[in-house]
Design a protein around this ligand. Sequence first.
Ligand SMILES: *[C@@H]1O[C@H](CO)[C@@H](O)[C@H](O)[C@H]1NC(C)=O
Ligand SMILES: *[C@@H]1O[C@H](CO)[C@@H](O)[C@H](O)[C@H]1NC(C)=O
Length: 502
Amino acid sequence: MKVWVLMALMCAAVGLGAHDSGGIGGLSAPNYSDALAKSILFFEGQRSGRLPANQRVTWRGNSAVYDGQAEGVNLTGGYYDAGDNVKFGFPMAFSVSLLSWSALEFRDEVSAAGQLLYLRSAIQWGAYFLLRAHTSPTTLYTQVGDGNADHQCWERPEDMDTPRTLYKITASSPGSEAAGEAAAALAAAYLVFKDDPDKTLATQLLASSRSLFDFANNYRGSFQSSCPFYCSYSGYQASIMCTDELQWAAAWLYRATRDRKYFDYLQNNQGGSSNTFSWDNKYPGAQMLATREYLLAGRSELQSYKRGLDSFVCAVMPNSGNTQIRTTPGGLLFASDTVNLQYTTTAALLLSIYSKTLRSSGTSAVQCSGARFTPDQIGSFATSQVDYILGKNPLGMSYMVGYSSKYPLRIHHRGSSVPSIYALPRKVTCNEGYSSWFPTSSPNPNVLVGAIVGGPDGNDQFYDNRGDSTHTEPTTYINAAFVGACAAALRRSVGDIASVTI
Ligand SMILES: *[C@@H]1O[C@H](CO)[C@@H](O)[C@H](O)[C@H]1NC(C)=O
Ligand SMILES: *[C@@H]1O[C@H](CO)[C@@H](O)[C@H](O)[C@H]1NC(C)=O
């Protein structure tokens, strides 16, 4: 609490002089290849565990190499969630789902930019962790690290000495959202790796995904032990006997296997809607996957999912007659003042995929009450959001660290804001971090290249203030959605309109 009061005061002092460097990000066309590469590189900065020899973010070192040991499980690896040092399995799985989706839908663009191997590595780093966390058919470790203790410390991951408490879901303490999201992630990752000559990984991914779906579906319950962090508010709805994650997982597993079981699940559990797509709400994602089956594979039983997806489109497109999410004066889709870019990037990803799918199926437009939108208009709006993030905004500010000449310098991120263990090779304790490195107005010593922060406020303003986590903290799922949206923008910029096959 102390911290928040202190930083609210500092905000006024630090914010004003922060952006006088006169960047030109808003004037030139974005370099989508550069942004795409950086958005993927970010994941190397978030790596937990023992780092490989080809690690490119070299100011990071090994960390948390004993995670899981207290219960005899190997839970090393995976990603730190954001600017903290906790591994939250639920949003981590969502990031793996989004990265995998990006790799599947925009493989050619990612490959043309020379990034496919890096994207595959980013997916693997998360997927291997999820595989190791799934230690029995009805056991999934969902978190490593005590969120409250972690947040009371400002330590580099390499120095971390807060409790690495383990949290898990089991048959007697289930969590359908967490198991369902992990099932979705591993099925999506399976589709990325299934054509590799060595089938070992793909086989494990699919087996684990199927098993997790059964766990989520047969042991219904809501996962709450991570609270107050990442409690699923939307998730488990006993009244309709399904969760958004189960729909999402079933849709991925149907795409991966063509197994009737998952199709039946989708057919028998229609319904649910949301005007945002996030770690907490997967309905629009499930609707996109099911709509793809309807439009491209003729599964007319799934038509209601297209109606749900069209409602999402009408909710986010400006001037649709049904717009529910406003845009800022500068044109940014603005769903919430709390980590808003997570909603912007997921909307841009979904709209990009839908635009491509509509075009491939020969669908001319989406009809809203006050307007109809062609695939091109939907894709253009998605690109406008990518462009805003990369600097086409009233401040001329790139919200991606290390991109363009003007970007956030004081991001809310422990590893980035304390000098590297290679520059300051002694322990920096919990309190020293908070007193010496957290409250300064100096730029972070380590540039976490590619990190996309929570973003500006509803008036396109941004105060580059380390204490203001809702605006200056990056997260893995913002970047994961951006990867696909940026690849789609790259595709549009070169006018490449290829069709998809199913
Ligand atoms: C875009 O960025 C890439 C990678 O940084 C660079 O090689 C390329 O020259 C840039 N393209 C333009 C048009 O500036
Ligand atoms: C945990 O798994 C990782 C990745 O497979 C491996 O490198 C590491 O040696 C394992 N650690 C232990 C303690 O078994």
